[in-house]
Design a binder for this molecule. Structure first.
Ligand code: SF4
Length: 95
């Protein structure tokens, strides 16, 4: 039982990454830093791999804590700050 609880804890998607895709300039920095999460689309902009596409053309994806640092680095590498990360537990907007 204890083990089961731990497994659930480990797979909680604690962070949400959001991509303001309309304002992406397609520099490809995010895809270079975190290619498992960011890919370049043929229209020249990036996409979050496996994301949910919103009506406002933003993209979003919930991620586990173990994938936070890499996506934070991708967000830090974005020259126009269109990658945002929120801690879903605290509501803190990290970037
Ligand atoms: S780093 Fe920013 S501007 Fe560059 S492709 Fe990624 S999201 Fe777009």
């Amino acid at each position: 039982m204890a083990e089961e609880t731990q497994t659930v804890q480990e797979t909680i998607k604690k962070y949400k990454i959001e991509h303001d895709r309309p304002n992406c300039i397609g520099c490809a920095a995010c895809a270079a830093v975190a290619p498992d999460f960011w890919t370049m689309h043929e229209d020249g902009k990036s996409d979050i791999v496996g994301c949910k596409k919103r009506d406002d053309e933003w993209e979003e994806l919930d991620i586990e804590e173990k994938n936070y640092q890499l996506n934070k680095e991708a967000a830090d590498s974005c020259p126009v700050n269109v990658i945002h990360i929120t801690n879903k537990e605290t509501g803190e907007k990290i970037i």
